[in-house]
Design a protein around this ligand. Structure first.
Ligand code: ACO
Length: 317
């Protein structure tokens, strides 16, 4: 694959730590010190499918192509207002594309999984231009009385257009089933035949367990893709990591012994936007002119499942 365009979109409402401290027993210092988060953008009157379409249209404009030239849409998403049709199918109509569309759910790792699927389609000549995107509203999954989770999240969408090329140097995705540390359970429509007990459970996260698993899997995945690509840690221009917690990313940076400039961060502005965080950060780097032809970019993400994944892509836009 080759990345030829990027885009992102955020809800307009900024929610500060100070505002949160008026809603619950928390404070700016606690949130900043433990997570690096200062503000997050949260959905109010927007619909996630509109933010997704906005990010997609930006990526198309950046690539200089139209929706009708896209021949596959893969969208990573955990929840949105529609269970069906897929978010990808809704975006398809909004950007005037006509192509196969599918959503995938690998939690916060979804964008890396979507890259893996896209590469397989390109390699097997099943597509030429693919819209690979992620759109998430985790603020609709948390319990707003649970200070240990709700302060962490924000909403948003990120997208990229990829075409055929030789820029994906290595990729690794994995999953090890573990419901205990991270899950969200919702009620389905009632049915007269149900005889089991059912419950709605907003997002539950065993923070410290997840922290340890996240650090371990991200380090392991990054070392694995560096090895597969025959690259050293210093050869990577930017480590574009899932923006869940500044401390996770800084721990990995310290282990790698590389400069802070190579580990860009925007979790301070957006909180954890699940699988949308990697394409949102990629778009920010692209739009602020920080990416140069030939830059090696390492992506890494982790999330419920427990899933994780990493890949290395050369930037040749
Ligand atoms: N404000 C103030 N105090 C709080 C808050 C809050 N918002 N939340 C929890 N506390 C309290 C706790 O009650 C606890 O108090 P106690 O000592 O009296 O019992 C104390 O702070 C410490 O709580 P811990 O949970 O031990 O705090 P920790 O240092 O582990 O930080 C955090 C919590 C930020 C969630 C951290 O564990 C973490 O980042 N984990 C990883 C989360 C992650 O990466 N998730 C992303 C992957 S999955 C996904 O993206 C969906």
């Amino acid at each position: 694959m080759r990345i030829i365009g990027t885009g992102s979109a955020h809800p307009k409402r900024t929610l500060t730590n100070d505002e949160l401290s008026k809603m619950m027993d928390t404070n700016d210092a606690w949130i900043r010190e433990r997570t690096g988060i200062c503000t997050r953008q949260v959905i109010t009157d927007e619909h996630l499918e509109d933010l997704a379409a906005e990010a997609a249209q930006q990526a198309l404009d950046d690539a200089g192509i139209e929706g009708k030239q896209i021949d596959y849409i893969i969208c990573s998403n955990v929840v949105n207002e529609y269970v069906t049709p897929s978010l990808a199918s809704i975006v398809e109509g909004k950007i005037e594309a006509l192509c196969p569309c599918v959503d995938l759910n690998a939690a916060c790792t979804g964008f890396i999984y979507a890259i893996d699927f896209a590469e397989a389609l390109l390699q097997t000549d099943r597509a030429t231009n693919i819209l690979v995107m992620a759109a998430e509203e985790p603020t609709r999954m948390v319990n707003w009385d649970d200070r240990s989770t709700c302060v962490l999240f924000g909403d948003g969408a990120g997208a990229m257009v990829v075409t055929k090329g030789d820029d994906l140097k290595a990729i690794k995705v994995s999953s090890k089933s573990n419901l205990d540390v991270l899950h969200y359970k919702r009620l389905l429509e009632p049915s007269p035949f149900i005889t089991k007990e059912e419950e709605h459970k907003p997002l539950y996260m065993a923070g410290q367990e997840v922290f340890k698993t996240a650090v371990t899997s991200s380090l392991r995945d990054l070392l694995s893709v560096l090895d597969e690509a025959g690259l050293n840690k210093e050869d990577i221009s930017y480590y574009i990591l899932h923006q869940a917690n500044f401390r996770i990313n800084d721990f990995i940076r310290n282990r790698f012994g590389v400069d802070t400039e190579k580990f860009p961060i925007n979790v301070n502005k957006y909180g954890n936007s699940s699988s949308a965080s990697v394409p949102m950060l990629l778009d920010e780097l692209n739009r602020t002119g920080r990416l140069k032809k030939g830059d090696m970019l390492a992506f890494s993400a982790f999330g419920a499942g427990f899933t994780s994944g990493a890949c290395i892509v050369e930037w040749n836009k």
